[in-house]
Write a protein that binds this ligand. Structure first.
Ligand code: FES
Length: 253
């Protein structure tokens, strides 16, 4: 049996409930949450959509590490617990974790400036407000689809692609230390998107200049502490810090 300790939240309070489930081969944390919701406690709330690490909805803290529940197998977490004493991961060595030894601890993602709506569901509006602040789209009115000069060359496509892979799961946002000294920081996901749209040749120079103006601030590209935590946590291997440093170089020129 696997023991899951889940943080529950409602409008007024927060507490932990314990559930025991029979683990099946290949079972993910999201599968375990479904099992609990369907068979044990129908009031358990969590967010999901694709179940295949594509939509980014199921982001949560699993043993104090931000992860996608649909991409995290129960067996992987159990192995981590066994190896914990040999681990250098400060998150796993967190002293508070001692009381949860041999258990899987599931908590809502700690997003800056966001409230918990219920149980594991966090308000994502503040996060998406930041993303939309850089206007992450190609302005159709300014872009001529028939102009062959705006076709994307394979080399440029490859450069853009690694940033396009961002699924806006907000894991990087939750782990970024820059929010500790600036709550208004735009965050790694927003700035990675900014670099993706700056690179895109379908965006005209005026749009690119507007984009640079928006992120050339203390709470924009200059707010990053360059500690690469976002790069390490991204489930899609997007390197936000690289995008931020590239944007700084463009601004300095
Ligand atoms: S449910 Fe879509 S990423 Fe997990």
């Amino acid at each position: 049996m696997t023991k899951l300790v889940i943080q529950r939240n409602d409008n007024t309070s927060s507490w932990y409930d314990t559930f025991h489930i029979k683990e099946k081969k290949g079972m993910t944390v999201l599968d375990a949450l479904f099992h609990i919701q369907e068979k044990v406690d129908g009031s358990l709330c969590f967010r999901y959509s694709c179940r295949g690490a594509v939509c980014g909805s199921c982001a949560m803290l699993i043993n104090r590490v931000p992860r996608l529940a649909c991409k995290t197998q129960i067996s992987t977490i159990k192995k981590e617990i066994i190896n914990e004493s040999n681990s250098n991961d400060v998150l796993l060595k967190n002293k508070e974790m001692d009381e949860f030894k041999e258990e899987i601890l599931i908590e809502p993602l700690p997003l800056p400036n966001s409230n918990i709506i219920k149980d594991l569901v966090v308000d994502l509006e503040p996060f998406f407000d930041l993303v939309y602040s850089i206007k992450p789209w190609i302005d159709e009115g300014r872009h001529d689809n028939t102009d062959p000069n705006t076709l994307i060359e394979p080399a440029m496509h490859e450069k853009i692609d690694q940033f396009t892979n961002c699924i806006l799961c907000s894991l990087c946002h939750s782990i970024c230390p820059a929010f500790k000294h600036d709550e208004q920081y735009m965050g790694p996901a927003t700035l990675a998107k900014a670099w993706r749209y700056y690179l895109d040749p379908r965006n005209d120079q005026e749009s690119k200049n507007g984009l640079l103006n928006t992120i050339n601030t203390e709470n924009g590209v200059w707010g990053c502490d360059v500690v690469y935590k976002c790069v390490g946590i991204c489930p899609k291997k997007v390197p936000p810090t690289k995008g931020i440093l590239n944007l700084r170089d463009v601004i300095k020129k």
